[in-house]
Design a protein around this ligand. Structure first.
Ligand code: PLP
Ligand code: TYF
Length: 395
């Protein structure tokens, strides 16, 4: 049965973490995989999560199945977090999924069922798993221009020019905030323009929100998306609790569907649950139960928000420190863009040769393409990293 099978290509991100673990040098930095680490280099379980877990241990009286859409109370509080008091809430429905990855896959499958010839447009560059997930669901994938390697910011003119040619057969995948891998986010005015284009041209906006709270704040990070959500007839969202709740391995996420009527959204939801039934059937409960407990409790929610603020501020601080260390060493403003980027990552413009030299000569591990996880960097490691970057990247 399997004799002709060749091994899979390695995961481009996780393979860097493995390589760093196997590196025996005492001085090394794993800035590959997107996990947050604190000043001690630890990815902590949040205190709010610990408190919710201990409550869950006391209160949970059954492990019976919850249902195909997961926990509807989780779906409700997560939609509230995502949408605030947005008017589209009244026509939006949610399905709990195994991480945002599960949501991306289910939403892609329902697009394929509704329109087998649909084409999905993703940013160039984008999250390493976007294209594989969409292709696995049978969708055609195309790319719109996004990252400008010169400015290290979004090339909004080129992006909007491409989007202006799309129509009813197209789906546009947008990062809600904290773009992975580049760190370069859309401006509010681009969200406005994309909203107008979706309305006039009829393409479907599909938003991936994996880092709400890691850019400028919980509400601020959703502002562009909420502007669009108020105004377009249909949209889809894949939302993740991996980073902002630190629930990575618990596989906790949400798919949101908003169509022009609640009845139509419910119809799409029923087809999504049908897709889930023919795959994993029902999502894991533990992470969703934790999130539900936190978001339903005013005090716990405040505490959790303060923990997200701490994580966000630490990332912002480390960005500022790195920029100033690099200004000092290079006597230039070549790396200032790092402080303008949002969220965990920055694409720093290292060539594949430079990425290899950083790894081999300096023990600094980035993802190929030059993505650096700033959320994995300790303040105390900034001088070491700045030395390595200025040695390898400055002529
Ligand atoms: N979307 C983006 C942009 C991501 O960076 C990630 C990775 O964390 C995901 C989706 C998947 O997240 P999850 O762990 O919730 O499946
Ligand atoms: O981009 C990242 O690093 C995270 C985590 O195949 C991740 O999103 C890493 C590898 C992978 C899926 C997710």
């Amino acid at each position: 049965m399997f004799s002709a099978l060749t091994p899979a290509v390695k995961d481009p991100i996780l393979s860097q973490t493995l390589a760093c673990l196997q590196d025996t040098r005492s001085r090394k930095l794993d800035l590959g995989v997107g996990v947050y680490r604190n000043e001690q280099g630890v990815t902590p379980v949040l205190q709010s999560v610990k408190m919710a877990e201990s409550r869950l241990l006391d209160e949970q009286d059954s492990k019976a199945y919850v249902g195909m859409a997961g926990c509807e109370r989780f779906n409700r509080v997560m939609m509230d977090l995502l949408l605030g008091d947005n008017s589209s809430l009244s026509r939006a429905v949610g399905v709990q999924t195994p991480g945002a990855s599960g949501a991306l896959r289910l939403l892609a499958e329902v697009i394929k069922i509704a329109n087998p010839t649909a084409k999905i447009w993703t940013s160039d560059l984008s999250y390493a798993n976007h294209a594989p997930i969409m292709k696995a669901a049978g969708l055609d994938v195309a790319y719109y221009p996004y990252f400008d390697p010169q400015t290290k910011m979004v090339n909004e003119v080129a992006m909007l020019a491409t989007l202006s040619s799309l129509g009813k057969n197209d789906v546009v995948l947008l990062h809600g905030c904290c773009h992975n891998p580049t760190g370069a986010d859309l401006s509010y005015s681009s969200w406005q323009t994309i909203t107008d284009m979706a309305n006039v041209q009829g393409f479907l906006p599909f938003i991936d929100m994996a880092y709400q709270g890691f850019g400028d704040g919980m509400e601020e990070d959703a502002a562009g998306f909420r502007y669009l959500a108020e105004r377009v007839p249909d949209y889809l969202v894949a939302s993740s609790c991996s980073k902002n709740f630190g629930l990575y391995r618990e596989r906790t996420g949400l798919a949101v569907i908003a169509s022009d009527t609640l009845q139509q959204s419910e119809c799409i939801k029923s087809r999504i649950m049908e897709c889930a039934r023919s795959s994993y059937t029902m999502p894991p409960d533990h992470g969703a139960a934790i999130v539900r407990i936190i978001l339903e409790d005013k005090v716990l929610k405040e505490y959790w928000l303060s923990e997200v603020t701490q994580m966000r501020q630490r990332i912002q601080q480390v960005r500022t420190s790195l920029v100033s260390a690099l200004q000092h060493r290079t006597d230039s403003h070549q790396f200032d863009f790092i402080a303008q980027h949002k969220g965990m990552f920055s694409v720093i413009g290292a060539t594949s040769d430079q990425v290899a030299r950083l790894r081999e000569s300096c023990g600094v591990y980035l993802v190929d393409g030059g993505r650096m996880n700033l959320a994995g960097l300790k303040e105390s490691d900034v001088p070491f990293l700045a030395d390595a970057l200025s040695e390898v990247m400055v002529p």
